[in-house]
Design a protein around this ligand. Structure first.
Ligand SMILES: NC(=O)c1ccc[n+]([C@@H]2O[C@H](COP(=O)([O-])OP(=O)(O)OC[C@H]3O[C@@H](n4cnc5c(N)ncnc54)[C@H](O)[C@@H]3O)[C@@H](O)[C@H]2O)c1
Length: 307
C-alpha cells in the first residue's frame, strides 16, 4: 500500500474503521488516540489477524501525530459518544474542543489531506473542522447520510424480504431528528418502494431510520460503530481510489438547494479531491421545507460554537 489514511480516535468507531480499511487493503492506516497504549495495542492486535484474514496493509498506533504525516485522508472520530437520554447535540461543547484540537495537530503534517468528520453532532463538528483547518469545502465533509441510508436500505430489504443488495435508499438533511429520508428515491431492484410497500409501512421505516441511532444507544448504552464504520470506509474508499461515487455526505452548501454557509446532508460526487461536486435535483415543496427545517437546526448549533 502506498496511500495513507489516518484515523483519529481509537474507540469503537475509529478502531473498526481502521480494521475495515486494512482488511480491505484500501490503504495503510495510522490510528491515533490520547489514551496511552490503546492505539498501539489495537493496531498490533489487528495486524496479528492479518495472516489469517490475509491482508498486507500496514498499521501504526500512536499517541502523537508524527506517524500521520503525509496522509491523504484523515478520519476524525475523536470525541465522546452519546449515552441513553442524550441527544447528539448534547455533545457539542466537549467535542468542539476535541475536534478543533485534532485538526490543528494533524493538518501541519498532512496539508493536502481530505478530512472526513464523524464526531457528533456531525454537522456542527464539520463546521468546527472547516473553521480550524481553513480548508476549502471540498476537503472537509462529514459522514452521516451513508449510514442513515444503509439503515433505511436494511429496513426496506427486511420489509420486502429481498436482498439488501437490491435496495437503494436516500436520506438528506442533518444527522439528527430533522434528517429527511426520501422514499420516492428509495428503490428495490430499481422500482420505487412507494410502489411496493403500503404507506404505513414506509412511514414506519422512515421513522425507524430517523431513530436508528437512538435504537442502538438504548440497547448498547453507547452509540453504534459497526454500521457507522462501514459507512465511513465506503467514503474513504471513494476518495482513495478516486471513484467519483455519488454518496450522501454532510457538505458545506454555497447556494445549492437555495442554502448557504451551512453543512447539510446532500448527494455529492466523492473522488480524490473530496467533494468534487454537490449534486442538485428538484425537491417537492414538502421535501424542501423539511430540508430547510433541518438546516435551521444545524444553524442553531453553529450559533453555540465558541470558535
Ligand atoms: N456520524 C455518525 O454517523 C456517527 C456514528 C457513530 C458515532 N459517531 C460519533 O463518533 C464519535 C466517536 O464514537 P465512538 O463510539 O468511537 O466513541 P469512543 O468513546 O468509543 O471513542 C472515542 C475515542 O476518542 C478518543 N479521544 C478523545 N479525545 C481525543 C483527542 N483529543 N485526540 C484523540 N483521540 C481522542 C477517546 O480516547 C476514545 O478512544 C462520537 O462523537 C460519536 O457520537 C458518529
Amino acid at each position: 500500500m502506498q496511500q495513507k489514511v489516518t484515523v483519529v480516535g481509537a474507540g469503537n468507531v475509529g478502531a473498526t474503521v481502521a480494521q475495515r480499511i486494512v482488511e480491505k487493503e484500501i490503504a495503510d492506516v495510522v490510528l491515533i488516540d490520547i489514551i496511552p497504549g490503546v492505539p498501539q495495542g489495537k493496531s498490533l492486535d489487528i495486524l496479528e489477524s492479518a495472516p489469517v484474514e490475509r491482508f498486507d496493509a500496514k498499521m501504526t498506533g500512536s499517541n502523537s501525530y508524527e506517524a500521520a504525516a503525509g496522509s491523504e485522508v484523515v478520519v476524525i472520530t475523536a470525541g465522546v459518544p452519546r449515552k441513553p437520554g442524550m441527544s447528539r447535540d448534547d455533545l457539542v461543547a466537549t467535542n468542539e474542543s476535541i475536534v478543533g484540537d485534532v485538526v490543528r495537530k494533524v493538518l501541519p503534517g498532512s496539508p493536502g489531506a481530505v478530512l472526513i468528520v464523524v464526531s457528533n453532532p456531525l454537522d456542527a463538528m464539520c463546521e468546527v473542522a472547516r473553521r480550524a483547518s481553513r480548508l476549502p469545502r471540498e476537503r472537509v465533509f462529514g459522514m452521516a447520510g451513508v449510514l442513515d441510508s444503509a439503515r433505511m436500505r436494511y429496513f426496506l430489504a427486511e420489509a420486502l424480504g429481498v436482498s439488501v443488495e437490491s435496495t437503494q435508499a436516500f436520506v438528506l438533511g442533518g444527522h439528527g431528528d430533522t434528517m429527511v429520508p426520501l422514499p420516492r428515491y428509495s428503490t428495490a431492484g430499481g422500482i420505487p418502494v412507494t410502489e411496493l410497500l403500503p404507506r404505513e409501512k414506509i412511514d414506519a421505516i422512515v421513522a425507524r431510520t430517523r431513530d436508528g441511532g437512538i435504537e442502538i444507544v438504548n440497547h448498547l448504552k453507547t452509540s453504534a460503530w459497526y454500521a457507522p464504520s462501514s459507512a465511513v470506509v465506503e467514503m474513504v474508499d471513494a476518495v482513495v481510489k478516486d471513484k467519483k461515487k455519488i454518496l450522501p455526505c454532510a457538505a458545506y452548501l454555497q447556494g445549492e438547494y437555495g442554502m448557504r454557509d451551512v453543512y447539510l446532508g446532500v448527494p455529492v460526487k466523492l473522488g480524490r479531491g473530496g467533494v468534487e461536486q454537490v449534486i442538485e435535483f428538484e425537491l417537492t415543496a414538502q421535501e424542501k421545507a423539511a430540508l430547510e427545517k433541518s438546516a435551521g437546526h444545524v444553524r442553531e448549533l453553529f450559533g453555540i460554537l465558541k470558535a
